[in-house]
Design a binder for this molecule. Structure first.
Ligand SMILES: NC(=O)c1ccc[n+]([C@@H]2O[C@H](COP(=O)([O-])OP(=O)(O)OC[C@H]3O[C@@H](n4cnc5c(N)ncnc54)[C@H](OP(=O)(O)O)[C@@H]3O)[C@@H](O)[C@H]2O)c1
Length: 341
């Protein structure tokens, strides 16, 4: 199985490392023998149909800041679109930064890959939050698979759990803590009585929050994930403009302390029932959904099995790479018609 990696940052480098380390296990257990034939970053590409040496690729990227410096196979200035169109590959893995304004460059990468009959795996929420219904249709029309496990919950298999493990039951509603940064901040306010500003600074110092944390604080990151959950799990064809969004900006330490006196905690909740919304809500601290720190949690309210909650880390290079490997195996099994979907 030939792979093209678009984006070679935290997730891309973790992926290529894990694929190399687990090579024998993947072949033995799943018959999966992926070969990375192209890697692209913002400055250029490296292409080798015989397969790119993963450790050399990481070394060159870390020393020289672009994959295009690899001797013999590097192409400075070559764009992702050129590579997607011209390099023979089976799966394009899109891992460029999230852009919620217009989805680019990821949206064009995904569309070009699908038009060129490549299966696509992405960890980039931006294109999906803006255009998931049409991308799913496009993929189906072109008879290719589009997978995106890593966009919700990092390595925690939230999408797969609902889609596969709850088969045969009906999911009535979904409620979750979908953003690790805001959960970390609200936890610090609840447990240590820090102000929002103090908690945010600490989150930034520990690398949980970006220098510009607005996507997280304003609830946009959670809303993107809710859109993906709605489309993939509930078959609701919505995009981010259909989600009512309120972030945590207005939550004060006084609000948090008052909730605490009632045995509750304030959490940024994304919820899907007849409506889709993200807003800060009080939930009992004994509720399984009430997880702390940077954890994510999602509760599925089902017709026959009651409420089921899945908890795990919401991000991380290694964790997200593991979600990509799950998608690779899923695509392989689908192509072999080992199960429907
Ligand atoms: N990190 C996580 O824990 C995590 C978890 C879940 C989802 N995600 C999502 O996964 C994606 C990748 O995350 P990351 O942490 O790996 O990001 P990152 O470290 O910032 O890496 C992004 C990569 O994309 C490349 N890039 C930017 N513009 C490009 C273009 N036009 N063409 C080709 N490559 C381009 C960058 O090139 P340069 O190296 O040249 O700058 C870089 O290699 C993001 O959408 C993120 O939201 C990340």
């Amino acid at each position: 199985m030939r792979l093209t990696l678009i984006g070679f940052g935290t997730v891309g480098q973790s992926l290529i490392k894990i694929l190399a380390i687990k090579k024998n296990e993947l072949i033995k257990k799943f018959g999966l023998n992926p070969k990375v034939v192209a890697i692209v970053d913002s400055k250029g590409a490296a292409i080798d149909e015989k397969g790119i040496d993963p450790f050399k690729a990481i070394k060159v990227k870390q020393l020289k800041n672009s994959i295009s410096w690899i001797e013999g196979i590097g192409h400075f200035g070559m764009s992702a679109i050129d590579v997607i169109k011209n390099v023979e590959t089976d799966i394009v893995i899109e891992m460029t930064p999230t852009n919620i304004s217009n989805g680019e460059p990821g949206l064009s990468h995904i569309k070009t890959a699908i038009f060129n009959k490549r299966h696509v795996i992405t960890t980039n929420k931006g294109p999906l939050a803006l255009a998931l219904p049409s991308l799913m249709e496009l993929a189906s029309y072109n008879k290719v698979k589009l997978r995106f496990s890593g966009t919700v919950g990092g390595g925690t298999p939230i999408l797969n759990f609902a889609k596969k493990c709850l088969l045969g039951d009906k999911i009535i509603s979904i409620k979750g803590i979908l953003n690790g940064t805001t959960n970390y901040i609200l936890t610090k306010m609840h447990k240590e009585e820090l102000s929002m500003e103090e908690a945010l600074k600490e989150a930034q110092k520990l690398g949980y929050a970006e220098a510009d944390p607005s996507y997280d604080i304003e609830g946009i990151d959670s809303a993107c994930k809710l859109v993906i959950i709605a489309n993939w799990i509930m078959n609701k064809r919505i995009s981010i403009k259909d989600v009512k969004i309120e972030g945590i900006k207005k939550v004060t330490l006084k609000d948090v302390n008052e909730a605490k006196k009632r045995g509750n905690a304030i959490k940024l909740i994304g919820e899907l029932n007849e409506e889709a919304f993200v807003k800060p809500m009080e939930i009992p601290t004994v509720n399984p959904l009430c997880v702390n720190g940077s954890l994510n949690a999602v509760s599925f309210n089902t017709e026959n099995s009651g409420e089921i909650t899945i908890v795990g880390k919401g991000a991380g290079g290694k964790e997200t790479a593991s979600a990509i490997i799950r998608d690779l195996i899923d695509i392989k099994f689908n192509l072999l018609k080992l199960y429907g979907g």
